[in-house]
Design a protein around this ligand. Structure first.
Ligand SMILES: C[S@@+](CC[C@H](N)C(=O)[O-])C[C@H]1O[C@@H](n2cnc3c(N)ncnc32)[C@H](O)[C@@H]1O
Length: 286
């Protein structure tokens, strides 16, 4: 992240979620009635322009990826809430809208993001006049230089009870140290605490015919000041997740099977690079 600049990749993924709401044929893979209003007039033109590339392979694949990981995260949250979890922490929230459409009045939502991105998001929320639920707290943080525990100390997050975390589209932009600190912070919570996040395989592990797309994407994000820095092999990640007893690691094929089967519009995840993980410390108590 460049200091003073809101995340441009956060805008990119928010536009993909929004264009799914208005341009993709039903059934929608991920329903988000707030995605379009949040972008408001500021990005109405960008949203309209997204229609032109809607059916291009890259656009279909990226949209599918963003939809699948967000849906999976909210499905995991629903399971956690059913098991009694009452705290949800969205790390690197960007323009994620869960906090604005939280259907669980008993669940507190903590949105954590880089100060510049969070300020921009809060301006969009204010301009959109969307109601801000009393369950939502914003906490600004730079994962590279600040401690999550310190930043959350006075915000009402209870460190003594389980929490559910999401960290979507974030790991690849962090240093290994910041990623590990975030994981360790999550692991410090008790019981059935869990986290959903995504990661990308190192370049040498992806098939040669996918490397061009990876390189093009890496060039694109680097050119807007958010270079990819962190990649994992599934084995390496498993080691890092050592204290999480239950790990589900989904690749593109599995995500397609779950969320895109039977579609006729070519919306599906492509390539082997991206994985989405749900890691939980203990099983849900029955
Ligand atoms: C690709 S966006 C994903 C946003 C959101 N999770 C989503 O899926 O829509 C990456 C997010 O990570 C945040 N981020 C990147 N580096 C960060 C850091 N060092 N500290 C805090 N947030 C960071 C950015 O501000 C941005 O919101």
């Amino acid at each position: 992240m460049q200091s003073g600049q809101a995340s441009r990749t956060a805008l990119g993924v928010a536009l993909r979620r929004a264009s799914h709401q208005v341009y993709d044929a039903p059934p929608l893979v991920f329903q988000d009635p707030v995605a379009v209003p949040l972008l408001g007039r500021a990005y109405a033109k960008a949203l309209a322009e997204s229609r032109a590339s809607l059916h291009q392979t890259f656009s279909l694949a990226m949209r599918a990826w963003v939809l699948a990981r967000t849906r999976f995260a909210e499905e995991e949250l629903a399971k956690a809430v059913a098991a009694g979890v009452r705290q949800y922490v969205v790390l690197g929230a960007g323009l994620d809208t869960f906090g604005l459409r939280n259907p669980y009045p008993e669940v507190k939502v903590f949105e954590m993001d880089h100060p510049s991105t969070q300020l921009w998001k809060r301006t969009l929320v204010a301009e959109s006049k969307l109601p801000e639920p009393g369950t939502l707290r914003y906490v600004a943080v730079d994962f590279e230089t600040q401690s999550l525990r310190e930043r959350l100390r006075h915000e009402g997050l209870d460190f003594e009870i389980p929490a559910q975390f999401a960290m979507l589209g974030v790991a690849m932009y962090l240093t290994a140290e910041a990623f590990q600190e975030n994981l360790e912070f999550v692991a410090g919570f008790p019981g059935c605490t869990g986290v959903v996040f995504d990661y990308a395989l190192p370049r040498h592990m992806i098939p040669e015919n996918e490397r061009y797309a990876r390189d093009a994407l890496a060039f694109r994000v680097a050119s807007i000041g958010e270079p990819f820095r962190l990649f994992f092999s599934p084995d390496e990640l498993r080691v890092r997740l050592g204290c999480f007893g239950f790990v589900e690691d989904l690749d593109g094929e599995e995500l397609n099977h779950r969320y895109f089967r039977g579609r006729t519009d070519a919306l599906k995840v492509r390539g082997r690079s991206g994985h989405v993980v749900s890691a939980r410390k203990d099983p849900f108590a029955l």
